[in-house]
Write a protein that binds this ligand. Structure first.
Ligand code: G3P
Ligand code: MG
Length: 234
């Protein structure tokens, strides 16, 4: 399977509805997007701690209200074609996925540990309120505590652990999380590690692979799902 990273980050501004549209047009099954809370506790879709890189504004995402975030242009930094694109809410992206028949890998983006509880609670509330089908949803996070809290609040939704470190005892520490998948930086994956992940019964996902020449190597190692910025060529 192919997942569009941050929507389709090479084709449209990352984490926008335009990106989800590009992913859909590429004919893929999944998108990955990052969520965190606005100052007024609305889950919004943005990767960085601040709005600087991906909008024309400045300040921390968590210190700006939704209406302040919505005044920002989240498209022009990428190209003029996307001028006026805004930071979407989680609700808007869930609806866009449903309309387009896309599965959503929702990365719970934790910049500070104290964000875990309020963010997971709001995410779960939003997903439940929309009756978003759990079979088309996957929560993921670099944060163990976020995944554990997702398991407490909404165990029916699958969970994936995201990592960029070679595991020493990592494969043991994640066992209690009862995970569906492991999402590993493709640069640190090797055949032996892939084998041990698969032997744990986990779905193996890699990020962020943009060179299609490497697809065969990874699929031969048992990789199930490739997260890419370029879903069109994958
Ligand atoms: O979820 C996979 C990947 O998105 C993790 O890294 O920094 O792009 O959110 P990042
Ligand atoms: Mg991400």
């Amino acid at each position: 399977m192919i997942t569009g990273h941050r929507g389709a980050a090479a084709l449209a501004p990352e984490n926008t509805l335009a990106g989800i549209q590009k992913a859909f047009e590429s004919g893929i099954e999944w998108i990955e997007i990052d969520t965190q809370l606005s100052a007024d506790n609305i889950p919004v879709i943005i990767h960085d701690k601040t709005v600087r890189r991906c909008t024309n504004g400045k300040g921390r995402v968590g210190e700006l209200t939704l209406s302040e975030l919505k005044t920002l242009d989240a498209g022009s930094w990428f190209s003029n074609e996307f001028a006026g694109e805004t930071i979407p809410t989680l609700k808007e992206t869930l609806l866009a996925c449903q309309e387009n028949g896309l599965n959503m890998n929702l990365e719970i983006k934790i910049h500070n540990e104290h964000e875990v509880k309020p963010l997971v609670e709001k995410v779960v509330e939003t997903v439940k309120h929309l009756n978003f089908p759990v079979e088309t949803l996957l929560f993921s996070s670099f944060s163990h505590t976020a995944l554990a809290y997702c398991q407490d609040l909404y165990p029916e939704v699958r969970r994936g652990f995201v990592t960029k470190h070679k595991p020493s005892n990592m494969l043991d520490t994640i066992k209690p999380l009862n995970l569906y998948s492991l999402h590993i930086d493709h640069r640190i994956l090797n055949e032996t590690l892939a084998k041990s992940i698969k032997e744990m019964g986990l779905i193996l996902m890699i990020w962020t692979l943009n060179d299609p020449k490497k697809i065969d190597k990874f699929t031969a190692w048992g990789v199930d799902n490739i997260i890419t910025d370029k879903p069109n060529i994958f």
